[in-house]
Design a protein around this ligand. Structure first.
Ligand code: IPM
Ligand code: MG
Length: 373
């Protein structure tokens, strides 16, 4: 039996290509694992009305960690039209399997390091080392939504928020949609603590909490108040508080001034794409969904349908996600080796995928990294 059991979930589209590329590199590293395949993605939505079948959830209960490629997501109505005829009109509703996975396994921390590697022609600046901590299970992603607005909820809201609801007098329930943003104190505390612990471990001087408490007073307010309390326990690390809108501006103006960022689910989603672009785009953006029992590592990019089957996309984000998995498993020597191999290949500039202005394939990149190991 190998040392580790790793869930292997390529998912849709280019997820397959980048996972194949990463396998080449993990094998070359000598990482000892049994890989267990997990069905996830569009194919299973179309044929089973479930993009995250129960068997995949069961599989993930018995692994040390998992790697995940990418999935295709579509809005509700479009998704329903793609079901096989037998499953049509049965009330099946598409929900993103990665969001469900995060919630099912309480993978409450989403860690997204964004480092500018030397020689990457796509760097916005070469001196960037940003790390986003995104709360991964609550906030706007909690899935408590209404449309049409149920009359019972309307009445309750009219009681608690008379003046706000008065502005919608005469608007039919059918014409009102609500998506709720729910934070728990524990959810806020956990993500903030993770951010500070990381800053302490790796010597970052600041943790910036990215919210909007001047407008979204209750949820952002809770997050900021908890951040202030926790910050007191970490002398030598400054807490900076920046609103999400201003943060987007500052990250273009002076990204080198920032270190660790922490945000709720939706703001973390937004700011992590911005940070990704600063260090070369989604081809370089890795991430880990980390819980107490298991962790799932995935590139931040999607399934890129237009590049499917072309062996074209950059697998570095996936490889760096595998590097994060190695760190999580305590295999830091292998993790460091893998990161060094990736950064050497970037620095040399001989092998470049299309996004970097080259014409090398996904496999070429994998082989170049493997050759360094
Ligand atoms: C991400 C993605 C996902 C998200 C999508 C695919 C549901 O954008 O991991 O950042 O919104 O969390
Ligand atoms: Mg995103």
């Amino acid at each position: 039996m190998a040392k580790y059991r790793i869930g292997w979930m390529p998912g849709d589209g280019v997820g397959v290509d980048v996972m194949d590329a990463t396998k080449i590199v993990l094998d070359k590293l000598g990482f000892e694992a049994d890989y267990v395949n997990g069905d996830i993605g569009w194919e299973f939505w179309k044929t089973e009305a479930d993009p995250l079948p129960e068997r995949t959830i069961e599989m993930l209960k018995n692994v040390d960690a998992a790697l995940f490629g990418a999935i295709t997501s579509k809005p509700k109505e479009e998704a329903a039209k793609e079901l096989i005829p037998e499953l049509q009109d049965k009330g099946h509703v598409y929900r993103s399997p990665i969001v469900r996975l995060r919630q099912t396994f309480n993978l409450s921390t989403n860690l997204r390091p964004c480092k500018a590697y030397d020689g990457n022609p796509l760097n916005f600046r070469d001196d960037l080392d940003l790390v986003v901590f995104r709360q991964n299970t609550e906030g706007l992603y909690i899935g408590v939504e209404y449309h049409p607005l149920p009359q019972m909820i309307r009445e309750k809201l009219t009681e608690t928020h008379p003046s706000q609801m008065a502005r919608m007098d005469g608007v039919a329930n059918e014409d009102i949609a609500i998506s709720t943003r729910i934070f728990t104190r524990e959810g806020c505390q956990n993500i903030i603590r993770d951010a500070f612990e990381y800053a302490k471990k790796f010597g970052y001087k600041t943790v910036t909490v990215v919210e909007k408490p001047n407008v979204i007073r209750e949820t952002s307010g809770l997050m900021i108040r908890e951040a202030r309390k926790i910050a007191e326990e970490y002398s030598g690390i400054e807490l900076w508080e920046t609103n999400i809108d201003a943060m987007c501006m500052w990250l273009i103006k002076n990204p080198q001034n920032y270190g660790v960022l922490v945000a709720s689910n939706m703001f973390g989603d937004i700011v992590s794409d911005l940070c990704a672009q600063l260090i070369g785009g989604l081809g370089f953006a890795c991430s880990g969904n980390i819980g107490k029992e298991v962790a799932v590592f995935e590139p931040s990019h999607g399934s890129a349908p237009k590049y499917v089957g072309m062996n074209k996309v950059n697998p570095i984000a996936m490889m760096l996600s595998a590097k994060m998995m190695l760190d999580y498993l305590g295999e830091s020597e292998m993790a460091d080796k893998l990161e060094k191999a990736v950064s050497d290949v970037i620095a040399e500039g001989k092998v470049r995928t299309y996004d970097m202005g080259g014409s090398h394939t996904t496999t070429d990149m994998a082989e170049a990294v493997a050759a360094k190991l």
